[in-house]
Design a protein around this ligand. Structure first.
Ligand SMILES: [Zn+2]
Length: 115
């Protein structure tokens, strides 16, 4: 799946940035964000165990572990994002909206139960 995405396979980069991410997680800045418990993507509040540290530009796509490239988010948002960059997330959201629009046009009385 997602073959159109080019995944950077620089293992050294990935290892280094993941290690840096673990360090950053223990800084006061991110501890505070974890304590607040607000997911950066969906804006909902979660217990600390449900939160993860996410790279906005994924490490596998060349992203770095810096304060500016990392956000605290819930597990389901992290899962939904995977390897996508912000631009690709916007594209995907637009695509999904368009699909939903077409489905609604084709079946105006659909109860939405089928997928
Ligand atoms: Zn979320």
């Amino acid at each position: 799946m997602d073959e159109w995405i080019e995944i950077e396979r620089d293992e050294r980069h990935i290892k280094r940035e993941r290690a840096k991410a673990r360090e950053l997680r223990n800084t006061p800045y991110f501890r505070d964000l974890f304590a607040k418990g607000i997911c950066r993507y969906c804006g909902q509040k979660f217990p600390k165990e449900e939160l993860t540290l996410d790279h906005i530009v994924p490490v596998a796509r060349g992203g770095r572990s810096t304060k500016g490239n990392m956000v605290v988010c819930c597990r389901s948002c992290n899962q939904a994002k995977k390897y996508l960059t912000p631009a690709e997330m916007i594209l995907r959201a637009a695509e999904m909206k368009e699909n939903a629009f077409q489905e609604n046009n084709n079946a105006p009385h659909s109860d939405g139960a089928e997928q």
